[in-house]
Ligand binder design. Structure first.
Ligand SMILES: Nc1ncnc2c1ncn2[C@@H]1O[C@H](COP(=O)(O)OP(=O)(O)OP(=O)(O)O)[C@@H](O)[C@H]1O
Ligand SMILES: [Mg+2]
Length: 500
């Protein structure tokens, strides 16, 4: 791929001064600790427009399966050439100066120097190869290396890096491997380090597990060796600036218009809602959709591990948990936040994800006048969601008799909405279920709206249908009436009933 004129190695050596560090990434300025870290990497994707479309940066196309394979596999010769040029670049420019430039100027500066180095070293390459190399080097110095082209794509929901040579992405509900690769685990580790250092954290042997965020809000988790056996594992949930709306969910077939109306009414009429679903099933997206129907006059407090919700109302206080610092101190848990919330005169409390003893505080809040509070939770069915809630509280050390606990759940939660990612990759809202009461020691529930799987088309896509269960007056009817929504609710329930 990269031909060189004459003896390449001798050419390289004449340019590289004696004592230039070896050609591995740990010597690069982008990663050397405490030295000229070229400042906060810019938001990953800027500064692209001026270029003649380097190949990995192709704009998202509607056919993700094809674009996923676009970044070319790079061979050893490419990496050697890149490392040589990279080192010469480090020698040639003052990185602390570079750090002061904005991203566009820094790229221009790098471009000029790299072009000079290529000419001096007599490296022969086509224009597109040169652009490729330049792009890679800019990404290494200023951004997140091989991850940049993936971060630039809006159609990707998750990026999953399993060691240097295996990178998967999720687009449109489907997980697929890409051709993107890091040179080695050291380069990957350095990029992980750079990401987490932006939020003042470290990932190393001593603390190999780390959560962080990219400047654009994307959620990041890193787990490093020795815990991750085959090299650092990096998982990124891409932040979507334009969150999906209920209308879009209807367009995608995640729910029918009637189902969406029922959800709107649930959101507006201050039902206490639990959104349940598996990993990546669309819980947070759905929670965000429901919050859109909260009135502008209400005071809302959100508690999240990593701020993802985008509420449109004016009177919102956003709270975020804090992990412990390097000394293991200063942690603020979700429970701390939810407890504190209660002293902040909230009208609604929204908990991004309930996963521990804060479940108790959320139930208490729902029970004590903060109607319309909402939260998400990992579970595969509405029933399971309720029993998970119970076990979270029990495991949190509360020694309440289980009947009392269940009574508390019944008097707090009005509706459980279940989201699911089906095996064909589609995301659907599969249940809108009401919590009814207790029969003996058992919590009783009632499905109001369901998704039935009917079959599968020849392409493996699931065929199904949403329907109401024929319940004419759900338990939240009175609430809906109070908010003047009862006729809309009746119409939606009627229309959603299957006729055959
Ligand atoms: N109904 C939907 N149709 C298509 N894409 C969706 C739908 N719901 C969510 N998504 C997309 O799926 C991805 C995951 O969604 P989301 O973050 O809401 O899931 P989650 O269940 O909260 O995940 P986690 O368990 O990791 O918190 C996002 O990129 C989101 O835009
Ligand atoms: Mg979520």
């Amino acid at each position: 791929m990269f031909g060189r004129r004459g003896s390449s190695s001798s050419g390289m050596q004449t340019i590289r001064p004696a004592g230039v560090p070896g050609l591995n990434e740990t010597s690069s300025p982008a990663v050397t600790e405490g030295t000229a870290e070229p400042a906060a990497p810019p938001p990953p994707v800027q500064a692209e427009s001026a270029k003649p479309a380097p190949e990995p940066k192709a704009a998202p196309t509607p056919e993700p399966a094809k674009t996923a394979a676009r970044p070319r596999k790079k061979n050893n010769e490419y990496y050697e050439t890149k490392a040589e040029i990279f080192n010469a670049l480090v020698e040639a420019i003052d990185l602390s100066q570079l750090a002061r430039l904005d991203a566009e100027d820094a790229r221009d500066e790098i471009r000029d120097v790299v072009n000079d180095i290529i000419a001096l070293k007599n490296v022969i390459m086509s224009i597109s190869e040169q652009e490729d190399l330049l792009e890679d080097i800019c990404n290494d110095v200023l951004g997140y290396g091989p991850l940049e082209p993936l971060l630039a794509r809006d159609d990707i929901a998750d990026i999953m890096v399993n060691g240097a040579h295996t990178v998967y992405i999720e687009t449109q509900g489907k997980v697929e491997q890409t051709a993107v690769a890091f040179r080695d685990n050291a380069q990957l580790m350095n990029i992980c380090q750079r990401i987490v250092s932006q939020v003042g954290r470290r990932v190393d042997d001593a603390s190999p597990i780390c959560d962080a965020r990219l400047p654009d809000g994307s959620r990041v988790n890193v787990i490093a060796p020795p815990l991750a056996i085959d090299g650092p594992a990096l998982t990124i949930r891409k932040f979507k600036r334009d969150k999906l709306t209920l209308d879009q969910l209807v367009k995608f077939g995640s729910i029918t218009p009637e189902g969406a109306t029922i959800l709107q009414i649930i959101g507006r009429s201050r039902c206490n809602v639990l959104i349940s679903g598996g990993t990546g099933s669309g819980k947070t997206t759905l929670l965000n959709c429901l919050t859109a129907y909260i009135e502008n006059t209400e005071r809302i407090i959100t508690c999240e591990d990593s701020a993802e919700l985008q509420l449109q109302q004016p009177h919102v206080v956003r709270l975020e948990t804090r992990p412990p610092n390097l000394e293991g101190e200063g942690e603020i848990t979700m429970r701390d936040l939810v407890k504190n919330c209660l002293r902040m005169r909230p009208e609604r409390i929204i908990v991004g994800e309930v996963r521990g003893p804060e479940a108790f505080d959320l139930l208490q809040a729902m029970n004590t006048g903060h109607d319309g509070s909402m939260g998400t939770l990992h579970a595969n069915s509405p029933r399971e969601a309720l029993s998970r809630l119970e076990s979270m509280i029990t495991m949190g050390g509360f020694s309440l008799p289980s009947r009392t606990l269940r009574e508390m759940i019944v008097s707090s939660i009005d509706v459980v909405v279940q989201a699911a990612r089906l095996r064909d990759g589609s995301r659907r809202i599969t249940h809108v279920t009401e919590v009814m009461g207790m029969e003996g020691d058992i919590i009783t529930t009632q499905d109001v709206f369901l998704y039935d799987i009917v079959g599968e088309d020849p392409n493996g896509n699931i065929i199904g249908r949403h329907r109401s269960t024929g319940i004419g007056r759900p338990r939240f009817w009175e609430r809906a009436r109070y908010f003047g929504e009862e006729s809309r609710l009746a119409q939606a329930l009627d229309a959603a009933e299957l006729t055959e």
